[in-house]
Design a protein around this ligand. Structure first.
Ligand code: ATP
Ligand code: MN
Length: 153
């Protein structure tokens, strides 16, 4: 039923919970797993300036050590968890508006299930869903599994 699963991650604990569920589903359906970290260009624009933002959009943020480190830490976690279960995980890095990049990636790679957290790094938990998840739900026709930040009882 599912052949290709996408787990977008911002490195947050909630995203890590989503990783667990994504890998469980992948195991069951023998699906391949892609993980994607997006550098939010709107968020870094003020501090970095237009030129660096252009570089990030072009996927060349490897030159910016802190961004690269954060991105790798997030996706490496997914790859590591996958390895433990014998699942190959492909790591991807992009720059742009996270929800757009995630929805486009799902289309371009024929993803049939997106698994993501209800919340992320921002720490703002008053809303039912974080804005990235809410916008992904609004911008894709693909199936999305939203993993709640709270432990299941
Ligand atoms: P907000 O960003 O609206 O203040 P939040 O940080 O709590 O709220 P979201 O950003 O919507 O919530 O995060 C929900 C989920 O979306 C995360 O668990 C993760 O799966 C995914 N996600 C969020 N940001 C990114 C990103 N930059 N790259 C990849 N995936 C992301
Ligand atoms: Mn967020």
């Amino acid at each position: 039923m599912y052949e290709r699963i996408l787990v977008p991650t911002d490195g947050s604990e909630t995203a890590e919970r989503a990783v667990e569920e994504a890998l469980g589903v992948a195991e069951k359906f023998d699906a391949d797993v892609q993980t994607l970290y997006v550098v939010d260009t709107d968020a870094v624009e003020v501090s970095l300036g237009a030129e660096q933002v252009d570089r990030i959009r072009a996927g060349r943020f490897g030159e910016m050590d802190d961004l690269e480190a954060r991105a790798h830490e997030a996706t490496e976690y997914v790859a590591e968890q996958g390895r433990e279960r014998g699942i190959d995980v492909e790591e991807h890095f992009r720059g742009g508006q996270p929800h757009r990049v995630i929805a486009n990636f799902a289309d371009d790679h024929d993803v049939d299930l997106v698994v993501m957290g209800s919340h992320g790094r921002s720490g703002v938990k008053r809303m039912l869903l974080g804005s990235v998840t809410e916008r992904v739900l609004r911008s894709t026709h693909r199936s999305v599994l939203v993993v709640d930040e709270r432990e299941a009882e």
